[in-house]
Design a protein around this ligand. Structure first.
Ligand code: S3P
Length: 170
């Protein structure tokens, strides 16, 4: 089976849902950012700080190319992966893409105290909202399945994914 990608804005729960889904369906999960960090021996925020965002984006594309060849695997992606058309095309042609959608205010509640994400520390609420609005249509056009995660427990999100996933395969 082709890989399953989870996409969505920062704070949408991709990592948490990825792990829970992996346990539910008994498939391995790879977090693309963690994979990138291990390869580079540096944290994402260190890469942003020392080499800039563009350098990080090139690494992100490289990692995506590598991971998109994995079979029977769940891949959780960074929120900015849809920023490059090349990445979107790769996602669409390589596997099933699941977009975890959420309202900006809910994301902001989770993100506002975050110290680990460079784009959260570099931007205020208004700037992040603009980033969110700019990306929303990209997430939608990249995805095969859209899951509204608003006010849902992880278990419910997994249920919704499984129902819609089996529909796409029917
Ligand atoms: C980013 C999201 C982050 C990480 C990097 C950039 C973004 O991943 O890739 O900080 O541009 O939205 P998460 O979505 O897992 O936080």
């Amino acid at each position: 089976m082709e890989p399953i990608f989870l996409i969505g804005f920062m704070g949408a729960g991709k990592t948490t849902v990825g792990i829970a889904l992996s346990e539910k369906v008994n498939l391995p999960v790879i977090d693309a950012d963690k994979y990138l960090e291990e390869k580079q021996g540096k944290k994402v925020n260190e890469i942003f700080e020392e080499c800039g965002e563009e350098f990080f984006r090139d690494l992100e594309t490289e990692v995506l190319k590598e991971l998109s060849r994995k079979e029977n695997t769940i891949i959780t992606t960074g929120g900015g992966v849809v920023g490059k058309r090349e990445n979107c095309e790769l996602l669409k042609e390589s596997g099933t893409v699941i977009y975890l959608s959420c309202l900006f205010d809910s994301l902001w509640e989770r993100l506002k105290q975050d110290q680990t994400r460079p784009l959260v520390s570099q931007n205020n609420k208004k700037q992040l909202h603009e980033l969110f609005q700019g990306r929303a249509s990209l997430y939608e056009s990249c995805s095969d399945i859209i899951i509204n995660t608003e006010k849902k427990q992880v278990e419910q999100v997994i249920e919704d994914i499984l129902v819609l996933f089996s529909d796409t395969k029917a």
